[in-house]
Ligand binder design. Structure first.
Ligand code: ATP
Ligand code: FE
Length: 383
C-alpha cells in the first residue's frame, strides 16, 4: 500500500507518503510548511496560505518518495475537526489527486490520527488502550467553539473507529495556556511558545510560586486551564503594580523571576494532567480490564517534563507509556497517512466517481467532530 496523507486543519500544510507492506512500513517522504505561530490563526489568511503552497507540498512529498500520483494506492486527508476554510484546501487537493486516477480516498479525524500514529511507532500497541491527547485548539482565537470542544482529551480507544471520551477540557487546552503564557513572558514564539516555555522552565524553581491545582473538587476526568492561566497572569502583573498588562509587566522582570514563573506554572499544569490520567486509568480498566498502554500524543507531548511525569503515572499503574517522537506529536502528514492505512486495511474508504471534479462532494468536511461517545463514571458503556 502506498498512501499520500494531507493535513491542513490548522496552521501547518503537511503531506507525507507512506509505504506499507504486511506489517512493515517505510516513510517515503515528508514535506511540511509552517504557516504561523503568532497569536493563533486567522482562518481566511491561513486558508490562503495553505492554497499557495499545497500543490508544491504534495508534489515535493511525491518527488522525494520517487513516486508519481498513479503509483498511489489511496489518498488520506484530514476532514475535521478544524477550520473549515483550511480543511477545504486539503480536501480539494485530495479529491483532485484521487479523482484523476479514481483512487480510494479516506477522510481522517485529526485527533484520531494524533492517537493512532502511536501504533505506527510501537508495534506492540494493540486495542484497547488509553490515550491522553494534549494539543492546542484547531481553531484558537476565532473559531474555538466551532471545533470539537477542546483538544485536551482522555480517550479509551476500544477498537479502530470505536472511542470513548472519558474527559475533555471545560475551557482552554493546555497548549493554549503554554502559548499564552510564553507570549506574556516575552518568549520567542517562532519555534512555538510551548517549547520556549519548557526551555525557560529548566532554569527556574518550580516551588517558588504556589499556583493552585485546577478542579480539585471535581472527581472526574475533565480539564480546566483558564483559571491557572489567570493565576499566572496575576502573578506577572503583581510583579509590577503600575501595569495591568502582563506583557509590559513581564518586560520589567529579570530572567530568573520569569523562569520561576515558567517552572511553577509547568509543574501545576502537568500535575493536573497526572491527576486526571490517574483517574482515567481506573475508569478505563473498569470498562476494558485488558489495557496495557497509555498513549500520550499531540503537540504538548513533545515536552520532556510531560513525558517523564506521565511515564511515572503509567508505571505506577502497570501500564507502558507510548509517546511518539516529537516530530510525530505535533501536526504532521505522516499521522494522516498512517491512519489512512489503518482504515484502508479494513476496507474503510470511498471511491470517487471517475474524473471527479475538485468540487464534487465525495468527502464531506466535519469541522466539529467529536471523537467518541462521552462517558462518565457509573454509566456503563457497551460495544
Ligand atoms: P489540535 O491538534 O488540537 O488541532 P494543533 O494541531 O494546532 O491543535 P499541535 O501541533 O497538535 O496543535 O500542538 C501544538 C501545541 O503544542 C501548541 O500549543 C504548542 O505550544 C504545544 N507544544 C509544542 N511543543 C511543546 C513543548 N515542548 N512543551 C509544551 N507545549 C508544546
Ligand atoms: Fe494537532
Amino acid at each position: 500500500i502506498v498512501i499520500l496523507g494531507i493535513e491542513t486543519s490548522c496552521d501547518d500544510t503537511a503531506a507525507a507518503v507512506l509505504y506499507y507492506l504486511f506489517s512493515d512500513y517505510l516513510f517515503l517522504s515528508i514535506k511540511e510548511e509552517l504557516l504561523a505561530q503568532y497569536g493563533g490563526v486567522a482562518p481566511k489568511m491561513a486558508a490562503e496560505a495553505h492554497s499557495l503552497v499545497i500543490d508544491q507540498v504534495v508534489k515535493q512529498a511525491l518527488e522525494n518518495a520517487n513516486m508519481e500520483e498513479n503509483d498511489l494506492s489511496a489518498v488520506a486527508v484530514t476532514i475535521g475537526p478544524g477550520l473549515s476554510l483550511c480543511l477545504g484546501v486539503g480536501v480539494r487537493k485530495a479529491r483532485q489527486v484521487a479523482g484523476k486516477f479514481t483512487l480510494p480516498i479516506i477522510g481522517i479525524h485529526h485527533m484520531e490520527a494524533h492517537a493512532l500514529v502511536a501504533r505506527m511507532v510501537e508495534k506492540e500497541l494493540k486495542f484497547p488502550f488509553l490515550v491522553l491527547l494534549i494539543s492546542d485548539y484547531a481553531g484558537s482565537l476565532t473559531d474555538r467553539r466551532s471545533t470539537s470542544g477542546g483538544h485536551n482529551l482522555l480517550i479509551l480507544a476500544r477498537d479502530l473507529g470505536h472511542y470513548v471520551q472519558l474527559g475533555t477540557t471545560i475551557d482552554d487546552a493546555i497548549g493554549e495556556a503554554y502559548d499564552k503564557i510564553a507570549r506574556w513572558l516575552g518568549l520567542d514564539m517562532r519555534k512555538g511558545g510551548g517549547a520556549a516555555l519548557e526551555g525557560l522552565a529548566h532554569e527556574g524553581d518550580a516551588d517558588s510560586i504556589k499556583f493552585s491545582v485546577p478542579m480539585k473538587q471535581h472527581k472526574d476526568c475533565n480539564f480546566s486551564y483558564a483559571g491557572l492561566k489567570t493565576q499566572v497572569r496575576l502573578a506577572i502583573e503583581s510583579s509590577n503594580i503600575n501595569m495591568s498588562d502582563p506583557i509590559s509587566s513581564a518586560s520589567c522582570l529579570d530572567r530568573a523571576s520569569r523562569a520561576n514563573i515558567a517552572a511553577s506554572f509547568q509543574r501545576v499544569a502537568v500535575f493536573h494532567l497526572e491527576e486526571r490520567c490517574e483517574r482515567a486509568v481506573k475508569w478505563a480498566l473498569n470498562i476494558e480490564p485488558s489495557i496495557k498502554h497509555l498513549v500520550v500524543s499531540g503537540g504538548v507531548a513533545s515536552n520532556q517534563y510531560v513525558r517523564t511525569r506521565l511515564d511515572h503515572v503509567a508505571r505506577k499503574n502497570d501500564l507502558q507509556l507510548v509517546c511518539p517522537p516529537p516530530s510525530l506529536c505535533t501536526d504532521n502528514g505522516v499521522m494522516i497517512a498512517w491512519t489512512g492505512i489503518e482504515h484502508f486495511r479494513l476496507g474503510r474508504f470511498e471511491i470517487p466517481p471517475p474524473a471527479c471534479e475538485p468540487e464534487d462532494s465525495v468527502l464531506d468536511l466535519r469541522p466539529r467532530w467529536p471523537l467518541g461517545e462521552e462517558y462518565s463514571e457509573g454509566r456503563s458503556t457497551s460495544r
